[in-house]
Design a protein around this ligand. Structure first.
Ligand SMILES: [Cu+2]
Length: 110
């Protein structure tokens, strides 16, 4: 009986470890989009690190657009959607929401 329990536990552990590692690396920083704001508005990370934005609104869509890099505007984020971006160069990167130009944020990469 005890043997069986230990075996099952070990099996579960292997299974859980597998699932977690399959998810890849977690982003370094999280930004929530809520009430037409990026929270926190300023994020500082290191070169090679990444940020994940999550739309926490109930109904409103937004986007995370690094317009000044010349990149096209990414797809809109609908409620509970996420957007991830990795930063490979040092610098200060302002961004905004496409549909709402007053919604701005800044990423500092050291
Ligand atoms: Cu917006």
């Amino acid at each position: 009986m005890l043997h069986t329990i230990i075996r099952i536990s070990l099996f579960s552990l292997v299974l859980i470890t597998g699932i977690v590692s399959a998810g890849g690396t977690d982003p370094t920083a999280e930004v929530e989009i809520i009430k037409f704001k990026f929270v926190p508005q300023e994020v500082t990370i290191k070169v090679g690190e990444s940020i994940r934005w999550t739309n926490m609104e109930k109904r409103q869509y937004h986007s995370v657009w690094f317009e000044q890099t010349g990149e096209p505007e990414p797809d809109y984020l609908f409620p509970s959607d996420t957007f991830e971006r990795t930063f490979d160069k040092a610098g200060t990167f302002p961004y905004r929401c496409g549909p709402h130009p007053k919604m701005t944020g800044t990423v500092s990469v050291e």
